[in-house]
Design a protein around this ligand. Structure first.
Ligand SMILES: Cc1cc2nc3c(=O)[nH]c(=O)nc-3n(C[C@H](O)[C@H](O)[C@H](O)COP(=O)(O)O)c2cc1C
Length: 276
């Protein structure tokens, strides 16, 4: 099936939800790009096309931003040795060293803080948790716009939350000023066609979508259905069979699932966020 085939979107729906029903989605190229998303962890060593970085950043800056505060920054890391060090800090994730571009998305209150200092103006609001949330949301929306732009250009990406395993060391590596936090990274590169990634199924819409009021009444059955889909996805890829729910229960069952990130509040304070 090619993107020109009318049933292309139904195929994407089927891959995402595996419910056999044909989709009733509105079809356009952006929807197709979004539904085609998959994280890519195998890259060709080729450099990116000229002006890729500028295009991704323009897409990122086109995202909405709380009160136009633009409380985020991005650091483009191309240097191989720095990518190697960041790969190590993120838990030895080889795709960081392999992808030609690694973008570090920064929840950044430091620019606003510097503006206040230069203007000899108070900065009281910056010390509150709400402002950290604003910066985190801004950085995340910007990054996701860049992901969509990259995927629309035929590139692959994968987010790297592993950067939060060692936030203070990452801040040192990148010379982050106080009030700047590397919230996640993003590998960008040409997907290796010999190791293609697949569209991963998601929970049925009914488990996520509530109408008018929150209703978890039939949640169990919907999650059980998803366990079957997620398990099927694993088996089809020759991976260990595993139900989504048991994986998630293991993930939330103990601090080990936080990969050392149980000290995040202290780390953020060290990085200059008061979180009042
Ligand atoms: C904020 C965030 C952090 C992530 N961190 C990592 C990571 O450190 N390493 C990795 O291989 N994948 C990471 N991922 C990718 C997720 O594992 C992936 O999105 C999820 O399994 C769904 O698969 P899909 O993106 O292919 O649909 C991250 C995703 C997000 C949104």
């Amino acid at each position: 099936m090619t993107p020109e085939t009318p049933s292309f979107l139904s195929g994407l729906w089927q891959a995402r939800y595996r419910d056999g029903s044909s989709s009733r989605l509105i079809d356009n190229p952006v929807v197709r790009t979004l539904l085609s998303h998959r994280s890519v962890r195998h890259y060709l060593p080729h450099p990116l096309p000229e002006n890729t970085l500028e295009t991704l950043v323009a897409a990122a800056q086109s995202a909405a931003t709380s009160s136009n505060l633009q409380a985020w920054s991005v650091i483009a890391v191309e240097d191989q040795e720095r990518r190697d060090r960041l790969a190590y800090l993120a838990g030895n994730q080889a795709h960081i060293a392999a992808a030609p571009l690694f973008l570090v998305w920064v929840a950044d209150l430091s620019r606003l803080g510097r503006m206040a200092s230069r203007a000899d103006s108070p900065r009281e609001a910056l010390d509150y948790t709400e402002m950290f949330i604003v910066a985190a949301v801004d950085a995340t929306l910007a990054a996701q716009n860049a992901v969509i732009a990259a995927e629309s250009l035929g590139l692959g990406t994968v987010y790297i939350g592993g950067l939060r395993n060692h936030p203070v060391e990452v801040a040192k590596e990148l010379d982050l000023p106080p009030g700047a936090f590397s919230i996640f990274g993003l590998c960008v590169g040409h997907p290796d066609p010999t190791k293609p990634a697949s569209v991963k199924p998601r929970l049925p819409q009914e488990a996520i979508l509530h109408r008018e009021r929150y209703d978890a009444a039939h949640e169990d059955a919907r999650i059980a259905r998803y366990d079957v889909d997620a398990n099927g996805f694993q088996i089809e890829r020759g991976l260990k069979p595993r139900a989504w729910s048991s994986t998630m229960l293991r993930r939330i069952g103990s601090l080990a699932g936080l990969s050392g990130r149980d000290v995040m509040k202290e780390a953020l304070k060290k990085l200059g966020f008061s979180l009042r």
